[in-house]
Ligand binder design. Structure first.
Ligand code: M6R
Length: 608
């Protein structure tokens, strides 16, 4: 989704803005632009495409005088991705420039009103409409704060905006509802951005802004107030502990491959402080105020986080004997669900900013339910909106395709299962003990296994990168993995892929099988292995080619065996998952795709 940055300080603003936008590139975008005060007035420079296109335009200008301004990377919602629709937009008087992330739902009604008053528009965007409404109120009120408050109280939808006024160039105003916005507090400089990495080289001190808050920054001060009535809000300054290094590629070709290889550490970090040294207990002090285990669980999430939730359902029901329902957040929020008051909602989100998941949380809270956020980004909206938070501790995930975040979500779900399984008394103590033991050695096992997994993924990718479609098959715990394998392949290689429960294949998708339609099976050593094997025979009977992730010694004849080391019970998931990720990665890289920023996708989906 769009990335926004604002700066007021002592440095040349334009390079700060452009570098900040570069660190927000992972969010996905199709055009970019900056706005600042030039010697001859308000200057806005925009370009369609990647930041290098903007760089070319900026190289022809003298941009070093301005010490404040705003910058934006746009992920198109209203109007095609072209230069007129790119941000910043300028109001019809030429005085204000504004950037926006989100969607203004009632923009058409406001546009009609402004058109009738003679305002002309240069773009098809909802942003330009909101900006001209602010401009109209600025003329009426004479001051920016009441103008902003009036305009924002009128609009419906989601936004994070930043406004730059050429008549007051050392100041930037910004506000948010349901789109991320953080304030970076520096010395003699202040920043606004959609995400912390944008300003991390300059400051680690941040203020998380809440929905309905408005902020004014200049070089030496900042104030937060409520949009509603401009009343002041007291805010706490937090200090970020991770650094820029953690958000860079570290010698890898792409963030995605770096992040796949970080998974051993991710497991370790997620376990850190949560396993008692005597190995007998999982400690989750975050949940101390929850008495016992929940009676029922409803998991709400999107994309990869939804797949993690589905995996959690299998495990929580089997081991902790807690009834679990898992639902895609965009369905949950509009379904008018009947929720039992004993139900604990678990909202899973890497970014913590996914609009649908946040709406799911709000809905559950309106019905008086408690929400546990399983989330990676500290201080994110999911973390703040939830009653309890278990951080997954994966560190910043930059690649749009989520990899290490899922690994951390699965680790956290496994810990929750062990924790609640002991509380319900339903989990066999031996399984509990063996799993904890296995978890301790899992990072090392994975570390050793990853290079070989990559080599095999590389070989298979060359063989199958010309496929038009893939079917991913798995059962039980590996059904969610089949869904995830298919999602990874389609999102970064643009090869069509479907994930199916292997036993469901005969109810339709089997019609697709032919020698040109390969299947990728997850056929690991568990109780369901004989069933999966029979399903694969059905594929072979239709001359379908098969790649199978399996274990040494298992009796399985397929076109391409991919033997992964054994691990006990659900821990085998942690070896299968990177194999799926690496296969998708190697195919996409071989095909020369933009692995870290696939087309049409955004890292953080802050619109519905
Ligand atoms: O940040 P979240 O976990 O809430 O994001 C959910 C999905 O948007 C995300 O997992 C998406 O499906 C990824 N591109 C998958 O790789």
């Amino acid at each position: 989704m769009c990335g926004i940055i604002g700066y007021c300080g002592h440095r040349p603003a334009v390079p700060v803005l452009v570098e900040g936008l570069r660190r927000l590139e992972y969010r996905g975008y199709d055009s970019a632009g900056v706005g600042f005060l030039h010697t001859d007035g308000l200057k806005v420079i925009k370009a369609k495409g990647k930041l290098c296109e903007l760089d070319k335009k900026l190289a022809q200008e003298n941009v070093f005088n301005a010490t404040s301004g705003i910058g934006h990377t746009r992920w198109a919602t209203h109007g095609e991705p072209n230069e007129p629709n790119a941000h910043p937009h300028v109001d019809h008087t030429g005085r204000l420039a504004m950037i926006h992330n989100g969607i203004i739902e009632n923009y058409q009604e406001i546009k009609k009103e402004l058109l009738a008053e003679g305002v002309t528009f240069k773009s098809e965007t909802d942003t330009e409409v909101l900006l001209n409404l602010i401009s109209k109120y600025l003329q009426e009120e004479g001051e920016m704060l009441p103008a902003l408050s009036r305009a924002l109280n009128r609009v419906e939808g989601a936004y994070a905006i930043a406004v730059f006024d050429a008549q007051n160039p050392g100041v930037v105003h910004a506000a948010r509802v349901s789109s991320p916005l953080v304030l970076g507090v520096g010395t003699g400089e202040n920043f606004l951005a959609s995400d912390i990495p944008a300003f991390l080289p300059y400051t680690r001190d941040v203020v998380f802004l809440e929905d309905g808050e408005l902020v004014r920054i200049d070089a030496s001060s900042w104030q937060v107030m409520r949009v509603r009535d401009l009343s002041p809000v007291e805010k706490k300054v937090d200090t970020i502990t991770w650094d820029v290094q953690a958000a860079q590629k570290g010698g890898h070709k792409h963030f995605m491959i770096k992040e796949i290889f970080e998974q051993p550490k991710v497991i370790q970090d997620c376990l850190c402080g949560r396993l008692a040294t005597d190995l007998d207990e999982v400690r989750l002090p975050e949940l101390d105020c929850l008495e016992g285990a929940p009676k029922r669980i409803h998991i709400v999430a999107c994309g990869t986080s939804f797949h993690a939730g589905l995996w959690g359902m299998y495990l929580l029901e089997q081991w902790a004997r807690i009834p679990v329902q898992v639902e895609i957040a965009s369905e949950f929020r509009y379904r008018d669900p009947i929720l039992d008051p004993d139900t604990l909602i678990i909202a899973i989100s890497q970014s913590g900013e996914t609009a649908d998941t946040l709406a799911g949380i709000k809905l559950a809270k309106q019905q008086g339910l408690k929400v546990l956020g399983l989330c990676n980004v500290v201080g994110s909206s999911v973390a703040r909106e939830s009653d309890y938070v278990v951080y997954t501790q994966a560190g910043p995930e930059i690649s749009v395709a989520s990899t290490k975040a899922m690994c951390s979500q699965l680790t956290a779900l496994l810990l929750l299962t062990l924790h609640w399984g002991s509380k319900t008394g339903k989990l066999d103590p031996k399984i509990h003990r063996d799993t904890l033991h296995g978890l301790r050695s899992l990072p090392e096992l994975l570390e050793k296994t990853l290079p070989a997994l990559r080599d095999r993924a590389f070989e298979l990718a060359r063989e199958y990168s010309d496929a038009d479609s893939f079917l991913y098959l798995g059962r039980g715990l590996y059904y969610p993995l089949a869904l995830e394998g298919a999602l990874k392949l389609k999102e970064i290689s643009y090869i069509h892929a479907e994930g199916y429960a292997a036993g469901e294949m005969k109810h339709g998708p089997i019609a697709l099988i032919d020698p040109k339609f390969p299947s990728f099976a997850i056929a690991l050593d568990d109780d369901l292995f004989p069933k999966v094997k029979s399903n694969l025979v059905e594929v072979q009977a239709r001359s379908g080619e098969i790649i199978a992730l399996t274990n040494v010694g298992l009796d399985l004849e397929v076109d391409h065996r991919w033997d992964v080391p054994r691990a006990s019970g659900p821990l085998a998931t942690f070896l299968a998952l990177p194999a799926l990720q690496l296969f998708a990665y190697e195919v996409a890289d071989y095909l020369g795709k933009d692995v870290d920023q696939p087309r049409n996708l955004a890292k953080s989906v802050t619109v519905e």
